[in-house]
Structure formats: structure tokens, C-alpha cells
Design a protein around this ligand. Structure first.
Ligand code: EPU
Length: 336
């Protein structure tokens, strides 16, 4: 455990926003949580990879950086492995480990920024797979009670970019460990349903894709469409894709027959990136912020944008989408 004072936030958030962090505790072993249980009872802000936060003010609360490490197979059968992963492991490192071992289930989630402990909070998802599809259970430390709980998948109430950890339990727990149920090659059903993956496989003339082929395809697609946060600050999709009533969907479709949409139970999910693009925002720049040239859903920091600059562009986008489509976009990113 390391305790430091007065740090710049710049290295700790993928937007590269620069605010003061008054006190920062870096956690290397989860057992250290018990040593600081009194501090945790106060308002503590937890940062994993910092890839889903927008910092708009100096942080006077204690910041806890999760840097615990460890990937371990805890159970194995002919077809499956249960793998326990420390919350501080970089998510993509876990994917690389799984692909190298021919364990299937998370290859579609390649190259998603952030650390493993944050992944279940918003149920990360991409290219037809969400972490909820492979999450067996997780461990989480209750800040007020000072005890660690085990939650099974069903208890987390996973939904589209959602879970109890974002909803009714928000701010109460620190996720310490995630257990995934991965499938051994030969028993694993590849998910290549997403059009962009199919195009890459066709171009490479791959008929029977392996777990690694899917991971490689996803990496290629993401690198071609999404900005690398190390080069251009961003937090991936800034907004969630809105889910609307069928009636409203039909009305918009009348005006925009080529609008992309996806079934969502009784309702319909729209592509926020498309809506923002239609408002003329794709690739638009306002000072040092704006949206990415290949994906209007990604708000970027071209250099020295502050959290407030980014927030103000996001609000302008919300107003424009509201006035053109009568749809309220909800941020996917946490705004501090
Ligand atoms: N589109 C446009 N213009 C744009 C952006 C998108 O017309 O500027 C259209 C695309 O052509 C496509 C549709 O909108 O028809 C959807 O775009 P895309 O396939 O890029 O996916 P998305 O819905 O924008 C979601 C996730 C991404 C994930 C991709 C791939 C959310 C909020 N975002 O994006 O997740 O990688 O699907 O599965 O659900 C993230 O959460 O940070 C993230 C990057």
C-alpha cells in the first residue's frame, strides 16, 4: 500500500483530465482494505483503470487506486475452467491470458480499456458479448461494514451497461475479485455474429475461426474505429445507446428509414453514435474537445481540454439529439 498527497489526476484517467487528487492510496493486496477500513467508512472514490470517469473538479475525498494482481485457475473440468482474477488486473491482459490458454468466452471483449474490477459494474460489452455471459461470481468489500461478500451472477442484476453496483448499491462496495467461467477450445461456441467480425474473417478467408482469430478481428476493428486513449484522451462510448418505445421508434423510422436499431425485448435500442452523427457532430471539434472522426459516440480530448470543456460538449450533444429526435441520451461515463 502506498499513500501519497497532492497528485495530478492526469495519469489516472483515460480522458487525461488534470485535476488535483488530495490523497491517493494505492492498493496492492486486497487484505490491505481491512487496514484502512476506518478511512473507507468516509467518502472514498475508487479508480481502477480510470477509463470510464470524467473528472470535472479537484478530488478532496481519498482516492483508492486498485492495483492488486493475480490470475488463477481455481477449478477445472473437461469443458470449463473457473478463473479467479484480482480486481487490479488490466482487463485486456486477462483477455490475452485467456486467448493464449485457449479459454473461450471473453475474446469478443478484447482491447476494452480498464481494469477487471470495474468490468462488472457497468457490465462491459462489445461485439455480441457482455461480461455477464461468463461471470460466475465476484467478491466485493462493503465499505461501511468492513467485510467482503461473495455475489453470484444472478445477484448482481446485470443489464445493458448496468448492475446493482451502478444502481441501488452504488458507492457501497469495492470489487476485489472476479471469477469467470471460461470454456475450453473444442467445447466453446465462437460468437462471430457481429457483421464487422464476419467481414474481417471473410477478408482473411477464415472459415472456422479460433478463439484467437476472433480476438484478432476485434482488436483490428477497435483499432480502426476507436481512438487509443494513450494518443487521444477518451472514455469509449460517452453515452449509452438509448432504449425507446416501439411507437416512438416507428415515428423516427418514418423520417429516417435507414436508421440502425436493435430489438430490446418489447422496446427498441437505437445507436447513439448514429443519432449524434445525424446532428452533424461526427469529427466536430470545439477547442480541444469534440467527437472522434470515426465514431461520434466517443468524445475526445485533443490535448488540454478540461473535464468541464468535455462536459459542456456532452451537454450540447444531448440538447441537439433532444431537439432533433426527442431522445434523452444518458451518459455511460461517470461524471465526478
Ligand atoms: N454509427 C454512425 N455514426 C457514428 C457512429 C456509429 O452512423 O458516428 C452507426 C454505425 O454505422 C452502426 C451503429 O451506429 O450502424 C452502431 O455503431 P457501432 O457498431 O460502432 O456500435 P455502438 O452501438 O456505437 C456499442 C458499444 C461499444 C462497443 C460496440 C461494438 C455502447 C454504448 N457502446 O457501440 O462499447 O464496442 O457497440 O459492440 O453500447 C463502450 O462501451 O465504451 C464501447 C466502446
Amino acid at each position: 500500500m502506498i499513500i501519497e498527497n497532492q497528485l495530478s489526476s492526469k495519469p489516472y484517467n483515460s480522458f487525461s483530465a488534470d485535476v488535483d487528487l488530495q490523497t491517493v492510496i494505492t492498493l496492492n493486496q486486497k487484505e490491505e482494505l481491512f487496514l484502512i477500513s476506518d478511512i473507507l467508512k468516509n467518502d472514498v472514490k475508487v479508480i481502477g483503470g480510470g477509463s470510464n470517469i470524467l473528472l470535472t473538479r479537484d478530488i478532496n475525498e481519498t482516492v483508492l487506486l486498485i492495483d492488486t494482481k493475480g490470475i488463477e485457475v481455481i477449478k477445472e473440468s473437461d469443458a470449463y475452467v473457473l478463473v479467479s482474477i484480482a480486481a487490479g488486473e488490466v482487463w485486456h491482459d486477462v483477455v490475452v491470458w485467456a486467448v493464449e490458454n485457449n479459454f473461450g468466452g471473453i475474446e469478443n471483449l478484447s482491447l476494452i480499456p480498464g481494469k477487471t474490477g470495474a468490468a462488472p459494474i457497468q457490465n462491459i460489452g462489445a461485439y455480441g458479448v457482455e461480461i455477464k455471459d461468463v461471470l460466475h461470481s465476484l467478491k466485493a468489500f462493503h465499505k461501511q461494514e468492513g467485510v467482503e461478500y461473495i455475489f453470484q451472477n444472478k445477484e448482481c442484476a446485470f443489464g445493458y451497461r448496468d448492475s446493482h453496483f451502478k444502481g441501488q448499491w452504488k458507492g457501497q462496495f469495492i470489487i476485489t475479485e472476479v471469477v469467470l467461467k471460461l470454456t475450453k477450445e473444442g467445447h466453446h461456441k465462437i460468437n462471430s455474429s457481429y457483421g464487422a467480425i464476419q467481414s474481417v474473417l471473410e477478408r482473411k478467408a477464415i472459415d472456422q475461426p479460433s478463439i484467437k482469430d476472433i480476438s484478432d478481428a476485434v482488436i483490428e476493428i477497435r483499432q480502426s474505429k476507436l481512438p487509443d486513449p494513450k494518443v487521444i484522451g477518451n472514455a469509449g462510448s460517452f453515452f449509452k445507446n438509448p432504449i425507446i418505445e416501439k411507437e416512438q421508434f416507428e415515428k423516427i423510422l418514418d423520417q429516417h428509414p435507414h436508421m440502425p436499431s436493435y430489438p430490446a425485448g418489447e422496446k427498441v435500442k437505437l445507436a447513439a453514435g448514429w443519432l449524434i452523427d445525424q446532428c452533424g457532430w461526427k469529427g466536430k471539434r470545439v477547442g480541444d474537445t469534440g467527437t472522434h472522426k470515426h465514431q461520434a459516440l466517443v468524445i475526445v480530448n485533443h490535448g488540454n481540454a478540461t473535464g468541464d470543456d468535455i462536459l459542456s460538449v456532452s451537454k450540447q450533444i444531448q440538447l441537439d439529439v433532444k431537439s432533433k429526435f426527442d431522445i434523452d441520451l444518458q451518459p455511460e461515463v461517470n461524471i465526478w
